[in-house]
Design a protein around this ligand. Structure first.
Ligand SMILES: C[S@@+](CC[C@H](N)C(=O)[O-])C[C@H]1O[C@@H](n2cnc3c(N)ncnc32)[C@H](O)[C@@H]1O
Length: 321
């Protein structure tokens, strides 16, 4: 599907999303798996260090690192629990073992339930299993493990607000109804027993840990960090103007200051944003360039997102898979 704002056309494909999902450690709202092919393609040809100042699940930066498209990666995240998670992944040799040792027990996953006159499988028992996992995580007092399991036990990384201590992880939204919707619409939701694949998590953690000498994780403000690393290629994916408030605990973004800093940046950068009048106005005022791209959401609908670049020339030269 294609759209354009500045006469620039971008194509969308489902394949990269599937590839990114099968390798990601942390499902996360607003995750930019769809941007990985674009980023990797545009990093080709010269050696870069990359900064991801609003890291979240860091799928783009980590894909660039693992594919050796960059030398070094700087991840910046304001949320203390999430930043702690990434620091643990890259510095704590015992983390993979702690993940593997976590006691998972699931009961009767294939119950049938009837809602609104229709029959669905799984969900009743799954809610109980999920609650049990989250309660067990809480008892362990292990923040990194809590972030990992809460994100993977929840639909699209959104965790239930019933679980008080985990709401600080960056997923403050009640999702029971979203999970039911998911089952109704797609009929493919498999329950926490399949999403909590501990051997896979441990393997990915060890793979990331092996790359630790090329990664820095900073808990702090993305804009401050951007200014501290003026020569790094930047992939900038801040909380969106319209949707961000519902998704993230840390939301205080000065969008004008951020886009001003990008406009003045000496090194190359790419940003993603929501298609919002405030952002479109800033793009125009600062002489930046933006193109819309239609992106498939987790609930299988499409929504437009903006790709922003330093200039129309830069944007039209973008290689997009
Ligand atoms: C749109 S999400 C990033 C998603 C990420 N690109 C991914 O693929 O998962 C924005 C992230 O910025 C974080 N954040 C919010 N305010 C921040 C700030 N001032 N500095 C750094 N990170 C911030 C949020 O906690 C959230 O994780």
């Amino acid at each position: 599907m294609k759209n354009n704002v500045c006469g620039i056309k971008l194509s969308a494909t489902a394949a990269p999303i599937i590839r990114a999902k099968s390798r990601r450690l942390l499902p996360y709202p607003g995750s930019k798996g769809w941007f990985i092919p674009t980023l990797l393609k545009n990093l080709q040809g010269c050696r870069h260090n990359l900064i991801e100042p609003f890291a979240g699940s860091a799928v783009c930066g980590l894909a660039a690192l693992e594919s050796n498209s960059i030398d070094e990666l700087v991840l910046v995240e304001k949320n203390t629990r999430l930043a702690h998670f990434w620091k643990t992944v890259f510095t704590d040799d015992t983390f993979a073992e702690r993940v593997l040792a976590f006691p998972l027990k699931f009961d009767g996953l294939t119950k049938e339930v009837e809602r609104h006159g229709k029959k669905f499988r799984i969900i009743a028992a799954d809610e109980e299993n999920r609650a049990r996992v989250l309660a067990a995580v809480d008892n362990q007092n292990d923040i990194a493990l809590g972030v990992l399991l809460a994100a993977n036990a929840s639909f699209n990384g959104l965790s239930s607000s019933k679980n008080v201590s985990l709401t600080g992880a960056g997923w403050p939204i009640e999702t029971s109804c979203m999970r039911h919707t998911c089952v109704q619409q797609k009929g493919t939701y498999m329950g926490v027993a399949s999403t909590l694949n501990l051997p896979f998590f441990a393997q990915r953690i060890r793979q990331y840990r092996a790359l630790h000498s090329r990664v820095s994780v900073i808990q702090g403000d993305g804009l401050v960090a951007l200014l501290s690393f003026p020569n790094h290629f930047a992939f900038v994916d801040p909380p969106y103007v319209a949707a961000g408030a519902g998704f993230y605990v840390d939301m205080q973004i000065d969008h004008a200051a951020l886009l001003n800093a990008l406009a003045a940046r000496p090194a190359p950068w790419l940003a993603t944003y929501d298609v919002h009048p405030l952002i479109m106005e800033l793009v125009k005022k600062l002489g930046l360039a933006a193109a819309e791209r239609s992106v498939r959401t987790v609930s299988n609908t499409h929504k437009p997102e903006l790709i922003i670049a330093p200039s129309p020339e830069y944007l039209s030269s973008l290689a997009v898979l």
